[in-house]
Design a protein. Structure first.
Length: 255
């Protein structure tokens, strides 16, 4: 008697239509974005991860649309929660929220896309099992969610129910005198600072960065080898100097 052996392999399933733009798959559900900016989901919905305003154990076996908006730009998913960016740079989250990974200050699940916060300057996102990370247009990194192993990077092991800025301690402690041929005076300074360089290169641009990593001034063209810092609050900053495509970092103290 013949025995039929099961076939083990990978099968590609083509979803109807040729207008899909992006897809992001978790272990029990999938979200996808169409060319027209509409958002879709399917799979398990036991943690409200499908974003259709419901939650339950009934599996959704084919794509269903999430809301009626057509301005979705990017999507991320992992485990039971999701992130989605809109064309206006607002960030939206929904799904499982047991560690505050949705960033709304609670641990309640959310069954439809909800604003991450009121900001509209988000540029990039990443998602972990119980964490959310986002970078804004000022190059600041925010994180929220589970922090049992310090994975948020905020220097603690405290879960964060709302996004917190992730600072970079190296900016506060490292000696940035990387170009001995380039000097700033006075330093500390109250008003104007001047640059003296033994290099033949001209100073083209400067940037000023605070200790959280935020650009206070970015790519400011330089003239006459001096710059006024009256507008800065007292504190320590990193002065980034560009000369013919090379960058030099100096510590600046504003009195």
């Amino acid at each position: 008697m013949a025995t039929v052996q099961p076939t083990i392999g990978c099968y590609l399933l083509k979803l109807a239509g040729n207008d899909w733009k992006l897809v992001s798959a978790s272990w029990d559900h999938t979200i996808a974005l169409k060319q027209d900016g509409s958002l879709w989901a399917w799979g398990s919905n036991n943690k409200s991860q499908l974003g259709n305003g419901t939650s339950g154990n009934t599996l959704i076996l084919s794509p269903i649309r999430i809301g009626t908006d057509t301005d979705w730009e990017d999507i991320k998913t992992y485990y039971h929660h999701n992130l989605a960016l809109k064309t206006d740079n607002t960030l939206w989250t929904w799904g499982y929220n047991n560690y505050g990974q949705l960033g709304n200050g609670t641990t309640a699940n959310i069954s439809q896309p909800t604003l991450f916060n009121s900001n509209s300057d988000w540029a990039a996102t990443a998602v972990g099992g119980f964490n959310t990370y986002a970078v804004n247009n000022d190059n600041l990194l925010y994180a929220c969610g589970k922090n049992e192993y310090g994975e948020l990077g905020d220097g603690t092991m405290i879960d964060r129910l709302e996004p917190v800025v992730i600072e970079c301690p190296v900016l506060a402690t490292e000696d940035f005198s990387t170009a001995p041929q380039l000097q700033i005076y006075p330093n500390p300074a109250k008003s104007n600072i001047h640059f003296i360089s033994s290099l033949k290169n001209n100073i083209e641009k400067i940037s000023i960065i605070d200790l959280s990593g935020k650009f206070i001034v970015k790519d400011q063209p330089m003239k006459n080898a001096q710059f006024n810092i009256d507008f800065l609050d007292a504190g320590v900053y990193i002065l980034q100097i560009e000369m013919e495509g090379h960058f030099y970092n100096k510590k600046l103290i504003k009195q």
